[in-house]
Design a protein. Structure first.
Length: 255
């Protein structure tokens, strides 16, 4: 058993949530029971994840996409409808919620992009992809040039999602950049850096059109799928440090 405040303090420091500017209000977003024996980790703050976490006996759930965002209409002035249902689950089970958005994208060991770069076998890895004033992605080189279709197959097997290949540029790659989730804003930078391949979660229409115009090949490996990586790394870390049971809650959106 561990104290909630001890786990929160550890995560705040390890993930540097107070130091990284983000649209998400990172850190503890809902305070539940003061003592923790089980921690759930999930991608999204949502009713299915909260419900499963509670049913499996968790007192704390750590999520990548939290409930509270700066200056956003996602946080209403009246808690009704979806918000009433979601908060009802938290109050009913006294379940704490901790959110880590950009801090869990850019962490050099536990982050979504660090794990994604490792999955691809990238070498000489360096930060890139400026977002909110910080580099959130990683770029590096494969040991040898490889066809993009081959890379896509390896990646699909690793993340468990049917990846989409947008072969707008080269058909093979050695220099690769990764940005998990919705990395559309990084397309132009990837082209400027002359990367052979940009790997992200998903692209919207405008970003896909820009990638085509710039002749940049892209692999979209799923927004949700590429952001399961960081929370899956956090679970065993908490289990080892605090002697609490930790587990991943899978609540995919299909995107």
């Amino acid at each position: 058993m561990a104290e909630l405040r001890e786990i929160v303090s550890f995560l705040d420091v390890e993930l540097k949530v107070k130091e990284i500017d983000d649209a998400s209000l990172n850190g503890l977003q809902f305070e539940g029971k003061p003592r923790v024996t089980k921690v759930a980790c999930a991608v999204d703050a949502c009713i299915p994840a909260f419900t499963e976490a509670a049913e499996r006996g968790a007192q704390l759930i750590l999520v990548h996409h939290g409930m509270l965002w700066k200056g956003s209409d996602k946080t209403p002035s009246v808690f009704k409808g979806h918000w009433k249902k979601m908060l009802g689950v938290l109050f009913e089970h006294d379940l704490s919620v901790y959110a880590a958005h950009l801090p869990l994208d850019l962490h050099p060991e536990l982050g979504n992009n660090a794990v994604l770069a490792e999955m691809l076998g990238l070498r000489q890895v360096k930060p890139w992809a400026g977002y909110h004033g910080v580099d959130i992605g990683f770029k590096g080189s494969l040991s040898r040039e490889e066809s993009i279709e081959s890379i896509a197959k390896r990646l699909s097997s690793s993340v468990g999602f049917g990846v989409k290949v947008l072969a707008y540029g080269k058909n093979s790659a050695k220099h690769v950049g990764v940005v998990s989730g919705g990395g559309g804003s990084c397309v132009e930078e990837a082209a400027e850096l002359e990367l052979d391949l940009f790997v992200t979660g998903e692209l919207n229409q405008a970003s896909a059109r820009l990638a085509r115009d710039l002749g940049l090949s892209v692999i979209a490996a799923g927004h949700y799928a590429t952001e399961t990586l960081g929370v899956k790394e956090i679970a065993p870390l908490l289990q080892g440090k605090f002697k609490v049971e930790s587990f991943f809650v899978d609540a995919p959106t299909g995107v």
